[in-house]
Each structure stands twice: as structure tokens, then as C-alpha cells.
Design a binder for this molecule. Sequence first.
Ligand SMILES: O=C[C@H](O)[C@@H](O)[C@H](O)CC(=O)O
Length: 274
Amino acid sequence: MSRLVIPSHPPNEEGNVVRVTPESAGWEYVGFEVYVLAKGQTLRKETLAQEACLVLLKGKANISTKQERWEQIGLRMDVFEKVPPYSVYVPANDVYEIEAVTDVEVAVCLAPGKGTYPARLIPPSEVGVEIRGAGNIERRVHNILPESQPADSLLVVEVFTPEGNWSSYPPHKHDQDNLPHESYLEETYYHKINPGHGFMVQRVYTDDRSIDETMVVKNGDVVLVPKGYHPVSAPPGYEGYYLNVMAGPVRTWKFHNDPDHEWVMESKLAAKQK
Ligand SMILES: O=C[C@H](O)[C@@H](O)[C@H](O)CC(=O)O
């Protein structure tokens, strides 16, 4: 299996099913954890030097921080209901406690924090919904924590790839700290597949092909994107979901398309206009 694929495992005693740290990923910024909590189970963590975006992938929970508490938040019981999630932003040097009101799956998106902004609820109504692309590169994007919303480092987005379609396509990259042309952002993909026994295909490759990995991705896998282009394909019969966490030295998403393939977007959009 590729070193870029981190499979999930059964929940441990605190409910953790997958964990990526900057150290385990061999990079500097992005951390990512997923917890599956049974009804009544509680998870409590300190954020220390990281900020967190807690994304309720499914289920309802009470979530509190040092200063705030939100009760009975959570809308969807499955990510494939395709309604935007409830999330909670937690700054550095804070504490969060998640009490599962129903069975819950929650993603903890992490990046370096300075404590600039207070803890806040990000309700579904504040999540920007976007249909990106056209034809068999059309996909649905939920912008959970985009650069237009305040945070120190974190960018969080979820994407739905219809069966037979490609997303993160044309292939793009953001691995150069070279603004205004391109930003350097490390990225994780947390994949879910419907039906769950299916697979997705993801390629991660660089211009010099020093990385060129084409991976079969299963339900619950995390894919690391340290650099390079990173397109995703959903086979016929299977709908894909992924949650992206991005972070780097500057909190802006300025990507660069693979020049060999960027013509495809214009071609698909033009065909849609006909
Ligand atoms: O760089 C961002 C990530 O690769 C995805 O969020 C991607 O942009 C999603 C998409 O365009 O389909």
C-alpha cells in the first residue's frame, strides 16, 4: 500500500479511528483525527498550540469549550445526505468536549493556531455550497472553513463526487510558497464511499514525477498530499465523499493547474453552455 494512504482502524477506547500528525505525515502544518463516539460517550481534548475545526460528519452532539456550549447540534445522519454539516471552530489554548447525543462521527481538523479568534459555531447556513465543473467533472463542494472566514491557518472543505465523475480535476497543486502565483498548502483527504464496499482512485503526482502514486482508496482511508497534483475518480456505481484539511505558511488557496490538462475545464463548461 502507498505510504500516502493511512487506513482507518476500529475505534480505540477514546473512539479514535484514524490520526495524522505533522510528525507522522513528515510535514509541518496539517493534523487530522476522526472519532466514532457511541451515544453517551464523551471526548475531551486540549488544543494547545493548534486550532481545531470539529466537523460533525454524522450524528448529534453537545459541544463545549472553555467559554461556550452548543447543545443538540448536528443535522445529518450520513454524509451522503449531502446537507452541509455543523462544525465548531476552537482556537489554540482552549479545550473542547464533545458529548455524543446520538452515535457520532466527528472529524478534528488541526493546524497551528495563535488564539486570534474565539471559539464559534459554524452552522450549515454559513457553509458555502458550490457546484464546480461540468459534465463528468461536476462535483458539489461545501466550503466549511474557507479563507473568507476567520482562522489562523486552517482551511476545511468537503466534496461530493458523483459516480463516474472526477473531482480535484483538472489536476491542480498548491505546493509552492510563491504568492501571488501559488500557495504552499499541505492537504489531507478523508474518503467515504457510497456504497461502502466500493473504492475510489486517487493519483498524486509531481511535475518531475518524483512522486507518482495512483492509489485505490477505500472507505475511511486518509490520503496525504504533501505536494503535487491530486485528482480523484469515482467509478460507476459509487459516489465519493472527501473532507479536505489544508494549511501552510499563508492561509490562502492559490492553486496551479497541470498545464497539460487545464483545457478540460473550459471544454466541459463550453459543452454545458451548448
Ligand atoms: O485543493 C483543494 C482540494 O484538492 C479539493 O478541495 C479540490 O479543490 C476539490 C475539487 O476541486 O473538486
